[in-house]
Design a protein. Structure first.
Length: 266
């Protein structure tokens, strides 16, 4: 069923509302053995007094909020980290939870004005919190990042960060600097992380990545010059891999994997 985002809900809270609650980066799920997003009736008094309206899925409103610290949950509900729930929650619910998380986190962290310190209020005609004292407006944050598959003949360039699961390699990636275009960021990241030059990056596709608020911009490019050099301050492993000697790859939920699968299918 299609999700339609909205800022203000037109009706009163309802027991059937889907309520996406977070404690830190963990999500409240119902039926932990076969997890799903809970509805208001199941959460009862645990739904905070104010929630952020996310939108509607079918006729059902979706609300989100951050739970108070140390809240005890009713039986049948559990807190689980969002990322590993991919593949366990239905895809549409996981995407909805990622969207809600970014809104709940923005709302939770912008309660006071960054300019003058006064309490902000949430606007209902714009996705923003406004300062009644100085007029400053805080919008949900996005951090653009580039991710790129670099190929050379029948091999692709993959690297591994120290925080990856053992044995896993992925495409190179990095945040876009202020003032920088996405293609510039691709060339810079490849230069910094691998020491090589590449051809003009080609657009591949994008993915929202709510950890905590990245927008991943995917590109492909080909090697143009230079030999790869590992910078241990950036990566702990780096190499060219052929289709028959690929290492452990990122999960199918990631744009990194879609980039690699796209190359494998080519
Ligand atoms: Zn202010």
């Amino acid at each position: 069923m299609d999700f339609a985002p909205a800022i203000r809900r037109p009706d009163d809270p309802h027991e059937r509302d889907i309520v996406v609650l977070f404690a830190g980066s963990a999500l409240v799920v119902a039926d932990p053995a076969a997890p799903r997003l809970p509805v208001r009736a199941e959460l009862g008094r645990h739904v905070p007094a104010t929630t952020v309206h996310v939108g509607r899925i079918g006729g059902t409103a979706v609300e989100t909020a951050a739970l108070a610290e140390g809240a005890d949950l009713p039986a049948g509900l559990a807190l689980e980290p969002l990322r590993p729930l991919h593949g366990r929650l239905r895809d549409a619910e996981w995407a909805l939870a990622g969207r809600a998380f970014q809104l709940a986190e923005w709302d939770r962290t912008h309660r006071f004005c960054g300019v003058c310190g006064a309490a902000t209020v949430r606007l209902d005609d714009e996705r923003a919190r406004s300062c009644p004292s100085c007029g400053y407006r805080a919008y949900p944050r996005h951090s653009p990042a580039v991710i790129m598959l670099v190929s050379r003949g029948d091999e692709i360039l993959l690297g591994r960060s120290a925080h990856f699961p053992p044995g896993m390699y992925s495409t190179l990636a990095g945040f876009v600097d202020p003032g920088e275009g996405a293609e510039e960021a691709v060339r810079r990241e490849v230069r910094e992380e691998a020491g090589i030059e590449i051809t003009e990056p080609r657009w591949f596709g994008s993915q929202s990545w709510p950890f905590p608020h990245s927008l991943m911009l995917g590109f492909t490019a080909e090697w143009a010059a230079g030999e790869i050099q590992l910078d241990p301050s950036e990566l702990e492993g780096l190499g060219w891999f052929g289709r028959d000697d690929l290492p452990l790859l990122p999960p199918p939920s990631s744009i990194a994997r879609r980039l690699i699968d796209g190359w494998l299918g080519a």
